[in-house]
Design a binder for this molecule. Structure first.
Ligand SMILES: [Zn+2]
Length: 235
């Protein structure tokens, strides 16, 4: 792997006559390696410092805070391990295209830099889940022994009520219960709307909502409009 700061030879070590020391890139390399096991798309492999900043509303203080500063808080190992040990739930709400998923992944990367393991589950893929134990086992395996779990676009799997609903609910319940640690949830619903969606399922509701919570709302414009249009060469 190349040194992202162009300091070392990519090994993460700086070797000189006074002795070896770790390069600034060392923890980033650890995180990048572990990222491959999270199930998140490579396109989200961006650390906080690589992002364009955005405004967030912190529901706890009811004030506007910086997204990058919020991600940076998890660089503090005391805060990070407190969040993991207390099974904290971080809710990132906001309309589509505000960068919720990126923020969640960049937060997870801070944990990976500290040697933690993470899992990413896109709740939209729940619609493709049928009664197949293999899929269930794979997801359970993904979540097991991970300190950080991202549930991306939570609530979306409840919108299409179908014959698999009970199965999907049980699966989500199983995943949340078998996970010990920090859960980062992204959603385009408010926390109240989310709670309403799960209120008829007391077991899942309590697994999701009775732990300690931090909640943010992403403001700003739809960031997808900023990416240049991709020309479809097949047209
Ligand atoms: Zn380096």
């Amino acid at each position: 792997m190349k040194c992202m700061f162009n300091i070392c030879d990519g090994s993460g070590l700086i070797i000189n006559k006074d002795g070896d020391r770790f390069c600034k890139c060392f923890r980033y390399q650890i995180a990048k390696r572990e990222f491959k096991n999270t199930g998140a798309s490579e396109s989200y492999l961006k650390f906080g410092f690589e992002l364009k900043d955005a405004d967030l509303i912190s529901k706890r203080t009811n004030s506007i805070v910086s997204m990058k500063e919020t991600i940076k808080q998890l660089r503090n190992p005391i805060l990070l391990f407190e969040a993991i040990n207390n099974n904290l739930r971080i809710l990132i709400a906001g309309k589509n295209g505000r960068g919720k998923t990126q923020m969640a992944v960049s937060m997870m990367l801070e944990a990976l830099k500290r040697g933690c393991k993470g899992a990413f589950i896109d709740m939209r893929t729940f619609d493709n889940i049928k009664f197949q134990d293999k899929q269930k086992q794979d997801l359970m395996e993904l979540v097991k022994n991970k300190q950080v779990l991202i549930l991306d676009d939570l609530g979306v799997e409840r919108k299409a009520v179908d014959e698999f609903q009970v199965y999907k609910n049980n699966l989500l319940d199983g995943l949340v219960r078998c996970h010990r640690g920090l859960i980062i949830i992204t959603t385009n619903l408010s926390k109240n709307e989310l709670e309403m969606l799960y209120k008829n399922d007391p077991q899942l509701h309590s697994a999701l909502f009775t732990k300690s919570w931090v909640s943010y709302s992403l403001m700003g414009e739809d960031r997808r409009q900023e990416t240049p249009e991709i020309v479809n060469c097949f047209l």
